[in-house]
Design a protein around this ligand. Structure first.
Ligand code: BEZ
Length: 323
């Protein structure tokens, strides 16, 4: 009798353990954009949706403006499981595997709507699938605005860019483009850019309209080149180590909400680019349109070089040609 009571008590405890709610866990998502940037706003809204949908079990705090470190440092922390999620540019990936830089092909698309289509293609799919080699869980693509050029002085032709120190992201593909123009590309993380431009450490930058307006880079500019010369993807990743620690049901919720938020980011950039361009046109800084012909020889040299180094570029050009 005593034994039966004991077994019943054990059964009750075991059943209780199984039905107990999983403990809420605190996670961290890092990114380099400042709080007003679309990526930061979307990350905040995503975190809230995930917390609600998982009843608080997956509670993600957002760390904008590089608070968790540079992208190189965040990548390392993701790999060891010291941080959980990040929205990253492709710089760190492209420098480990140049195929991750193919989207930087100059004039591969003409605007954000074209970029949106290319990020739904087979090349994009392959690159996300390959992220496990970096010990990451890949969620998919976001993007920022098309790349434009903001310079201190007057710029009427590509020759005016020669000899200038131009801030870039540390991408071999970007550096190569600027070298073809005779400029001195100067890799610099976004959070350091305002001061570097204001105090003359760089003569200009490769950036988007959104950042030019929100971070007030235009205040020190003499020309804004509306070039739309490159697209600028973002990749949403998680730490593969930490991902395995989340229950299967919650992982499914995070994946679904992440995919929806990324689609919303990518879909928003046509109007974000147009809206910020209009705002910039209302300033005293001249906005000069620069098309492919403006850079002609540099663009041709870029393709000659990177078709050899990254055969995936040829597949991407075929996709872009069929859009
Ligand atoms: C940049 O470094 O230029 C950048 C990074 C993230 C979003 C937008 C721009």
């Amino acid at each position: 009798m005593k034994a039966a009571k004991f077994l019943a008590a054990v059964a009750t405890i075991v059943a209780g353990l199984h039905s107990a709610p999983a403990l809420a866990e605190q996670y961290r998502l890092g990114l380099i954009t400042p709080p007003p940037h679309q990526w930061s706003k979307s990350a905040e809204s995503l975190a809230k949706k995930i917390k609600d949908a998982t009843e608080g079990r997956v509670d993600i705090s957002i760390f904008p403006s590089g608070q968790l470190g540079s992208e190189a440092q965040m990548l390392q922390q993701l790999q060891t499981g010291a941080i959980d999620f990040a929205f990253l540019t492709l710089g760190e990936f492209a420098n480990r595997d140049p195929n991750y830089g193919v989207f930087l092909a100059p004039y591969i698309v003409k605007d954000a709507a074209g970029a949106q289509k290319l990020l739904k293609g087979k090349v994009a799919e392959k690159l996300v699938a390959g992220l496990d080699k970096f010990a990451l869980k890949g969620f998919g693509w976001g993007m920022a605005g098309m790349r434009e050029i903001v310079m201190r002085g007057k710029v009427a032709s590509a020759a005016d860019l020669s000899g200038k120190k131009v801030r870039t992201v540390p991408f071999a593909q970007e550096l190569f483009f600027w070298q073809q123009l005779g400029a001195a590309p100067t890799p610099m993380p976004l959070p350091a850019l305002y001061d570097a431009f204001a105090n003359g450490q760089v003569d200009g930058m490769q950036i988007d309209f959104e950042g030019t307006w929100n971070s007030k880079y235009y205040e020190h500019a003499g020309t804004i080149l509306a070039s739309n010369h490159m697209m600028f993807p973002m990749i949403a990743v998680g730490s593969a180590r930490k991902w395995q620690g989340i229950s299967e049901a919650d992982r499914a919720v995070v994946e679904k909400l992440m995919a929806e938020e990324l689609d919303a980011i990518v879909g928003a950039y046509s109007s974000i680019d147009n809206d910020y361009l209009e705002k910039l046109k209302s300033t005293d800084v001249p906005v000069v349109v620069a098309d492919r012909a403006f850079f002609s020889a540099a663009v041709d040299a870029w393709y000659a070089e990177w078709r050899k180094k990254t055969p995936l570029l040829i597949e991407l050009e075929a996709e872009a040609g069929a859009l």
